[in-house]
Design a protein around this ligand. Structure first.
Ligand code: ADP
Ligand code: ADP
Length: 233
């Protein structure tokens, strides 16, 4: 009944004769609709875990079951398929196509899903309206502010109705005011039933999440419900 079931996973990197245990033993269960902040110092294994969660990488040991699918031993192609269907990514650097409009950026994932152009544009417009950018659909990324670019990226992440949103330092390139706006948007998305996993260095940003997971040296050192959030799902 967990959306994400991670059981005793490890990930090691081999550099020359040296083995780096980026993840030693991590177990983590996440239910549909949770909003989790993943924190921890640099080098603690956050990116490694996010890459595995996002089906960009597989563990060296242990099991990862996502939405009932065992993705632990999948091939690159199988992983790509699961990724397109199950995961919406939001990045620190937005990762938008610079020559494409907001609408085209948001509609892009629907091309792979096989929708007609008309259907893609309709859905992308609706998604941009949902993030408050209905009046910016024909703007290219360099004609948008940082906060607006991240809104476009969030709309793109949501367009395929993924089962999880993975946000890696989504406010890392934004000023404080804009960061708060983007976190407000993440809260709205969560309130609609979406599952969000957010990596952040900033305590203030993590406080928007309902659950906080802290990593250190490839292990989870702490995992608790955020006491600052009153409503519990
Ligand atoms: P964080 O995201 O918390 O900063 P990472 O997951 O990036 O941590 O890194 C965890 C450990 O794994 C670090 O010691 C890092 O140097 C190492 N590591 C991460 N990615 C690689 C890689 N591709 N090759 C070799 N070592 C890596
Ligand atoms: P926000 O308050 O949403 O962060 P800004 O104050 O940065 O927005 O920008 C105000 C307006 O200026 C926005 O509507 C945006 O479309 C426009 N804008 C911002 N940066 C640029 C740019 N580099 N080129 C063209 N228009 C821009």
């Amino acid at each position: 009944h967990f959306l994400i079931q991670i059981d005793d996973i490890g990930r090691e990197y081999i550099i020359g004769t040296e083995k780096i245990h980026a993840l030693k033993s991590v177990s983590l269960n996440i239910k549909k609709g949770e909003f989790v902040a993943l924190m921890g110092p640099s080098g603690s294994g956050k990116s490694t875990l996010m890459n595995i969660l996002g089906c960009l990488d597989t563990p060296s040991k242990g099991q990862y079951i996502l939405n009932g699918i065992n993705v632990s031993d999948m091939s690159e192609n199988e992983l790509a398929e699961v990724r397109n269907k199950e995961i919406g990514f939001v990045f620190q650097t937005f990762n938008l196509l610079p020559k494409s409009t907001a609408l085209e950026n948001v509609a892009l994932p629907l091309i792979y899903a096989g929708y007609s152009k008309k259907k893609r544009d309709e859905q992308a417009l609706k998604a941009l309206e949902d993030v408050g950018l209905g009046n910016r659909v024909d703007h290219k990324p360099n004609e948008l502010s940082g906060g607006q670019r991240q809104r476009v990226a969030v709309a793109r992440a949501l367009i395929n109705a993924p089962s999880i949103i993975l946000a890696d330092e989504p406010t890392g390139n934004l000023d404080t005011k804009t960061s708060i706006e983007i976190m407000g948007l993440m809260e709205n998305i969560h309130a609609k039933g979406n599952t969000i996993i957010l990596v952040t260095h900033e305590e203030d940003i993590a406080q928007h999440a309902h659950r906080i997971v802290r990593m250190r040296d490839g292990l989870i050192e702490d995992d608790y419900q955020n006491p600052q959030i009153k409503s519990v799902i």
